[in-house]
Design a protein around this ligand. Structure first.
Ligand code: FAD
Length: 456
């Protein structure tokens, strides 16, 4: 028989349960049709970094399938059934998609396929969203108990890579989607081999120090695997399986690293249970939070987006976003706090801006990362947590390495002024702005607005 393997966020051949299922369905003398559908509903709203990275992943996958990958564009509810008719496929294999759009799309495709089954095997997560619940059957709302349950349950071992896949040959394919003009943004190499190289580099050189360096944006201390996890050129199962043997020597580091992968699963689980939180506050009370709008808020938003707020760590973070389409986690928190609590702009606008510009942009991790910082989300003690951008800079980038890398105007500023250049005798260096707001004052405004929500 012929089996169709529809790739989505699983652009790899190793540790791929749906591929294993497709090969089994094809049997000894059948064929597997590998297909990727360029769906305008996902492609059009994607920012250029993600389009380019996806394109590069597809180029790699095409090579890995010996040129067999079939690329077609259009609505999957039309394209996939058409390809089934064209090839006589008896089953369509996918990894389960827990996303808000992906769920609806898969239901539509399933209906359009009629008698041909859409077989879901595996998901992009360690634990498939929706599987872990509290003892009373309700969803987890807080990370720590979710993480305990996740660790207690354990996750599957990696799926074996099939020795040889009988790829179907000679089907019509469109060209890959067009290369994007990235305007100088530097992306990491994409594809399965690149993902494994990044993982090997991290595992061998950085993982041991992860617990100490993961919060230092000036140090290459984290894995930078987020775009690979986003597009599934690597699966978290592989990471956990290969990290755990290192726990004997580097227990805390491995636990921390796995803990971050659990955050990813947690947010996907939250979004699965609460699809509305892609737009609305997870904590319904926080729908009442008052944000600024109008010309001043627009000016503030533009200054934030362009990295000219006068707060060095904030500006460095936003410039890293444009330079690399990626931002260090500590700095994502700092810039998100600044937009929502110092500039009082709705978290949703920041989340959309991030999502457009990040190469790892992902609704679950991004929108819930924003909600966590904004105090509208799953943080169990959200009130009064207002990041001080100067203190954060001094604590996590003590000698200003990170700031100097991204804000050249501050390259020659002495260490003690690098996070508060407005205190320099004579003011900040030419070309670098004075702070657009006073943090101490805006902190009070933010706290008063939180209090108003609580009092209501
Ligand atoms: P590492 O420290 O090496 O962690 C390993 C992996 O664990 C990451 O690749 C990621 O998949 C996962 N992970 C780590 N931290 C988190 C976290 N807090 N939440 C969820 N997963 C995590 N992550 C995205 O993948 N896409 C996003 O769009 C995204 N937006 C964010 C927005 C905000 C405001 C915040 C605060 C965080 C966001 N994150 C997002 C989470 C986190 O910042 C990135 O996953 C991390 O910086 C990626 O770098 P890394 O691969 O080197 O991480």
């Amino acid at each position: 028989p012929t089996a169709l393997l529809w790739f989505r966020r699983d652009l790899r051949l190793s540790d791929h349960p749906a591929l294993v299922a497709a090969v089994e369905a094809a049997g000894a003398d059948g064929a597997v049709v590998p297909v990727f559908v360029v769906d305008p509903r996902l492609w059009e709203p994607s920012g250029r970094p993600r389009r380019q990275f996806l394109r590069d992943c597809l180029a790699d996958l095409r090579e890995q399938t010996g040129g067999a990958l079939v690329v077609r564009s259009g609505d999957p509810a039309r394209v996939v059934p058409d390809l089934v008719r064209e090839t006589g496929a008896e089953s369509v294999h996918v990894s389960f998609d827990a996303g808000v759009y992906g769920r609806a799309r898969d239901t539509a495709v399933e209906r359009a396929l009629g008698d041909v089954p859409l077989v879901r095997t595996g998901s992009p997560y360690g634990v498939t969203p929706g599987r872990l619940t509290k003892n009373d059957g309700t969803p987890f709302k807080v990370y720590s108990p979710f993480a305990r349950a996740w660790r207690a349950r354990g996750i599957h071992s990696p799926a074996p890579r099939p020795d040889a896949v009988p790829w179907a040959e000679g089907l019509r394919s469109e060209d890959l989607p067009p290369a994007q003009d990235l305007d100088g943004t530097q992306l990491p190499p994409a594809g399965e081999a690149a993902a494994h190289d990044a993982w090997a580099l991290f595992r061998e050189q950085r993982l041991a120090g992860y617990a100490d360096t993961r919060n230092l944006p000036g140090t290459a201390g984290t894995s930078r695997l987020s775009p690979h996890l986003k597009y599934g050129t690597l699966h978290p199962r592989t990471l956990v399986a290969e990290a755990e043997p290192l726990a004997e020597d580097h227990g805390e580091a491995v636990e921390r690293f796995v803990g971050e992968l659990i955050w990813r699963d947690f947010y996907a689980d939250v979004l699965w249970h609460r699809p509305d939180t892609a737009h609305a506050a997870f904590n319904p009370d926080m729908q009442r939070m008052r944000y600024d709008t109008g010309p001043v808020a627009e000016e503030h938003f533009a200054a934030w987006a362009e990295g000219r707020t006068g707060y060095p760590i904030v500006d460095a973070g936003m410039r890293q976003l444009h330079g690399e389409a990626w931002v260090h986690n500590r700095v994502r928190m700092i810039v998100a706090s600044f937009l929502t609590k110092d500039l009082h702009v709705d978290w949703w606008r920041g989340a959309v801006y991030f999502h457009d510009h990040l190469v790892d942009g992902d609704i679950a991790s991004n929108h819930h990362g924003w909600q966590w910082v904004a105090g509208t989300g799953t943080d169990p003690s959200p009130y009064y947590r207002v990041f001080n951008p100067t203190r954060q800079g001094q604590q996590f980038d003590p000698d200003g390495t990170y700031v100097r890398r991204w804000v050249p105007e501050l390259r020659d500023v002495p260490d003690r002024y690098v996070h508060e250049p407005w205190t320099m005798p004579g003011g900040p260096p030419d070309g670098y702005p004075a702070p657009i707001v006073d943090h101490a004052e805006e902190r009070q405004v933010a706290l008063a607005r939180y209090q108003a929500v609580r009092d209501a």
